[in-house]
Design a protein around this ligand. Sequence first.
Ligand code: FES
Ligand code: FE
Length: 452
Amino acid sequence: MNVKTNENVSLKGEGLLETMRETIKDGLIPSKIFHDEDIYKLEKERLFSKTWNFLAHESEIPNNGDYVVRYIADDSFIVSRDNKGEIYVNLNSCSHRGMELCNVERGNSSHFRCPYHGWTFKNDGKLIGVPLEKKIYGNDSGLRQTCSLVSPQVGVYNGLIFACIDQNAESLEEYLGDFKWYLDIYTNKTSGGIEVVGAPQRWVAEANWKTGSDNFVGDVYHVQVTHRGNFEVAAKLTNTDIGSIDMHTTGGVQVTAGKGGLCLIEVPPGMVAGMPDLFHESIKENLPEQLAVLNSEQFSLKELNGTIFPNFSLLTTPSVQLPDGTIAVPHFLTLRVWRPIDSGKMEIWSWVFVDKGAPEWYKERAYKEYVTTFGPSGTFEQDDAENWQGITKIAKSSMAKDRYLNYTMGMKNNNADEIPNWPGPGKAYSSAVNEANQRNFFSLYLDYLSKK
Ligand code: FES
Ligand code: FE
């Protein structure tokens, strides 16, 4: 199929998606999906209401009574720990007139009292108090049996708390599928897993949510250009000739597994999963299967960026250990939610995590490394948002909105073919610089948006 850039000008909503199902086979994605109100309406109805979405990590609510307020697109939820330590997720909407029940983003409370008429709910969501109940609703009102807060499906994996609005959807375990094996690499390097550092940072970008998912699911290609300034600074600071740094590496692999995709980059042979010495023992203990794949005769890999469909992304940075054992750059893990708030606007949620079993000095340095690179004012973060906002702005303009964007990387040189006998779960593709993951992401996107 040869699609011309000005074909299908008038296509909207479902018609556009039908066409996309054909064009994606040629690696072409309509620009319009990155800034279109009809598409956004379909996404809220058929995608964010049907998928599993990350809300919080258990370490954000460590004590009984702790809670945080979180979102799936425009729905607000209270994620709480009750007085027995159980985790609950309830819609942040009073059962009486629908008032927003809790407008404080985090805290500790045994109950939530509605500011409108005073109905009171326990932190597990049960209605426990109605002003003047017997007098105005009668002795046998039945309210407490029928008016608890509404809750979505809830699932927890490695301390990551997810919710799914669709009560009939598959379980979280099934949804994550083969991606769990890779999620373990990000979250299970030391016994006890990961722990959050502080509250998530948030900011609004004039960018469509899919630009973030698309970038994290597989865009290693942009690093050498978008982030070149960072490499120039690093070269200056270390007195290295920028020309000697290989920024055009095409090694590594892309993996699509379960409902997610990630990139594994090449690291020098012998480095245990690309991690400093002080993690070796715990990695061997906690991730033996993964280590056998990442550090084998055939491969020497480290996980980098990934996205779990639809808008939950992960990035753990490479660490640098000098020959004398000194750690020049510590690694950290940042988790992201690209929360849509409009067709051309998202609220970026960014958490920073450290490995629970790491020494305190390492955790502190890891946090500082995050702040200067991928925090809201971090050098890498600033670079990325420029691109995502540019794509979204242009996708709305008169001529550009009917164009198709090029996602053909890897299709002509066989890098989009699966690596035969890949020893890990899922499908792996040659080279982390590829667009196989992005095409798989948008195929899954179409599957959800096509289901009425
Ligand atoms: Fe909450 Fe009336 S709306 S008590
Ligand atoms: Fe980037």
